[in-house]
Design a protein around this ligand. Structure first.
Ligand code: SAM
Length: 238
């Protein structure tokens, strides 16, 4: 299975739309944002880690909002804004990403796609939501060389499975672990009590692996295309 970069996955999704509108929450150095081609691009981050803002391609617009996602969705996004692809890669905690997701749905085009980064933590320390606890646990385990931090965003996948019934979803197998969600209702949901989400832990990523619906990106793209063509979801049989 060939590796897909986050850029190529996002660009393939953007290319499904004739004049794509793209929103990225959490932009950092712009490694992804600057590389992507879209008619409209909106960047949101409380602190951009770049000073040069490349000129948009002819006929395209780019907007930069140096604010938190809460401020963007609460004060800047307008009722008319609709995005075809929304990439959520901001603060990597379950609570913040859940709020970003709920807000994103309101600004998603009818056949739009949401991509959520880092839903598959690569170690126990990387799965912790509090940076100081990540550092202390890494130090104790002598894992200081691995600086990756996915936080507890993995809990969102369980939440989506239970509470976002109007969306189908899958996790990209051939990259670091991005969740792709598209509007296609699922006949069945897995009921969960609300307090379970606070108790989910890293090991549940292993013991409840099927929840993630991990599959090659090309299969996910085919499912998204089928949904856009109005075909029924095969999700309930995965
Ligand atoms: C992993 S980096 C983003 C990487 C970027 N998407 C890329 O592909 O290169 C996470 C970013 O989220 C930003 N961030 C942290 N808290 C945020 C918030 N509340 N709202 C939006 N962005 C936030 C950080 O400033 C950081 O730049």
């Amino acid at each position: 299975m060939a590796h897909v970069t986050r850029n190529s996955a996002l660009q393939d999704l953007l290319d499904l739309f004739p004049a794509p509108a793209y929103l990225e929450v959490g932009v950092n150095r712009g490694m992804t944002f600057h590389a992507l081609a879209a008619t409209t691009k909106v960047a949101v981050d409380p602190k951009f880690d770049f000073s040069e803002r490349p000129e948009p391609a002819p006929g395209c617009t780019v907007a930069y909002h140096e604010v938190t996602s809460d401020a963007y969705f609460g004060t800047i996004a307008t009722a008319a804004d609709r995005f075809d692809v929304i990439y959520l890669d901001g603060l990597h905690t379950f609570e913040q990403t859940l709020r970003d997701l709920i807000n994103a749905v309101d600004f998603l085009a009818p056949d739009g796609v949401i991509v959520i980064d880092d839903v598959r933590p690569n170690s126990y320390p990387a799965s912790l939501p509090v940076p100081a606890e990540v550092r202390a646990t890494r130090a104790m385990l002598k894992m200081e060389k691995d600086t990756s931090w996915m936080g507890d965003v993995y809990k969102l996948v369980f939440f989506v499975e239970t509470f976002f019934q109007q969306f189908s979803y899958a996790t990209i197998a051939n990259n670091h672990g991005q969740l792709v969600m598209w509007r296609q209702r699922r006949a069945k949901v897995v009921p969960r009590a609300i307090d379970i989400f606070a108790r989910l832990q890293f090991f549940h990523c292993a013991t409840e692996r099927p929840v993630f619906r991990i599959m090659p990106f090309e299969d996910i793209l085919a499912l998204v295309k089928a949904a856009r063509a109005g075909e029924d979801s095969a999700q309930d049989t995965i």
